[in-house]
Design a protein around this ligand. Structure first.
Ligand SMILES: *[C@@H]1O[C@H](CO)[C@@H](O)[C@H](O)[C@H]1NC(C)=O
Ligand SMILES: *[C@@H]1O[C@H](CO)[C@@H](O)[C@H](O)[C@H]1NC(C)=O
Length: 369
């Protein structure tokens, strides 16, 4: 209400004040956005850490507005950036960025860190990454800083009305269970038991997010890990066929995550948790790449070895010319083009992709509050 009043009033004041009011409206109009999880959604936190899990050198960022690497694992924008575009806000800053101060806190923050998983022992080889308990500790600190800016009551309201994205799970397979032929976790657990354990730990993470005050939480399942260029190369795929074992892992994981999301919504008698079927979205691209404008969904744009899936994307790697025709930018991460199509599905997808509803419906419902 305050913003529509200032909008009307602004017609009667000087041009300088009009501009000031418009800035006020812009802050009011977009909701805060918080991001947790791994490299699929990290937009630069790892640049501030001592870890090999980083995307801070060319050609990362080649299609970013600055054409410079930013820490995003993309040729340009990534999924959270494009979600921000849709909800009418600026991209959220990495929480560790020194630029995240003052009124910028109102826009939200990104706490994600490349290499992390559901489990604390996932990504140990990446040393100082921000594992989930630490991402949440930073979020608590963020909430205090926000309270300092706008007061406790308003801060709680901003968090409650915010959109939250969490993306986890892939690394618990590729950078833990399947990292080595006889990994500790694979000796400890059969695959079905490991998935049950992961899901029980993920449930605790989702409950924590709810306890921290979040009320609109988009949870992406895990994509078809057996089809990413890194796994096609590592597991010696013939003719680009997806690895059967990793696909089995994902086919156990996603339905159980979906069940947890439904159970939590029932427990809280709400539609707090929104499940995105990343697996199905990605399989559609693989089944019919040309329908989406992709020449290939098997070969990474940047990399080397079979499927450009071996090692890291660096200045010495093969680099494709037309990034928009590659689903994968590097051995694990989608191109900006692919991310745009995924975000379109998040907002407009049918209930086969988005459960209990897509983000357009969420935005519409929440705008009536
Ligand atoms: C992960 O670490 C946090 C604290 O560092 C701890 O509270 C939590 O129980 C750990 N999770 C598991 C599954 O061990
Ligand atoms: C979103 O979901 C609703 C309900 O399933 C559907 O009617 C609508 O077409 C979807 N897309 C948009 C843009 O709302």
């Amino acid at each position: 209400m305050a913003s529509s009043w200032s909008w009307t009033a602004s017609f009667f004041v000087t041009a300088g004040l009009v501009a000031a009011c418009l800035v006020g409206i812009a802050v009011d109009a977009s909701r805060a956005f918080y991001v947790f999880g791994d490299s699929l959604v990290d937009n630069g936190n790892n640049n501030f850490l001592v870890t090999p899990a980083r995307a801070d050198s060319p050609p990362y960022g080649i299609d970013y507005p600055t054409h410079m690497p930013t820490g995003r694992f993309s040729n340009g924008l990534n999924i959270p950036d494009i979600i921000s575009e849709h909800i009418g806000g600026e991209s959220t800053l990495p929480y560790l960025s020194p630029e995240l101060t003052g009124s910028r806190l109102l826009n939200g923050a990104n706490f994600a860190s490349a290499g992390v998983g559901i489990l604390n022992d996932t990504g140990v080889q990446f040393a100082n990454i921000i594992r989930i308990p630490r991402q949440f500790a930073y979020f608590r600190q963020y909430k205090q800083r926000l309270s300092g800016l706008v007061g406790d009551e308003e801060a709680a309201k901003i968090v409650k009305n915010a959109l939250v994205l969490i993306t986890l799970g892939g690394n618990d397979f590729v950078n833990n269970y399947y990292l080595l032929p006889f990994s500790a976790r694979s000796r400890q657990f059969s695959l079905p038991d490991y998935v049950t354990y992961l899901i029980s730990e993920y449930e605790k993470i989702l409950v924590s997010l709810h306890e921290l005050g979040a009320r609109r939480i988009l949870v992406t399942g895990t994509g078809p890990l057996g089809c990413v260029p890194a796994m096609l190369a590592m597991r010696r795929s013939q003719e680009g066929n997806c690895d059967v074992e990793l696909q089995r892992a994902v086919s156990l994981f996603n339905p159980q995550l979906f069940d947890v999301i439904n159970a939590l919504n029932t427990r809280y008698n709400s539609q707090t948790f929104i499940a995105a079927n990343a697996f199905q979205m990605h399989m559609d691209f693989i089944t019919n790449p040309r329908a989406y404008g992709f020449e290939t969904t098997k070969v990474a744009c940047c990399g080397q070895g079979p499927y450009n899936g071996v090692g890291l994307c660096t200045f010495a790697s093969n680099l494709c010319n037309d990034r928009d025709t590659y689903f994968f930018w590097d051995a694990f991460h989608p191109s900006e083009k692919a991310s745009r199509i995924i975000v379109k599905q998040l907002f407009a997808g049918s209930t086969d992709y988005m459960h209990p509803m897509n983000l357009s419906t969420v935005m519409e419902l929440d705008s009536r509050l």
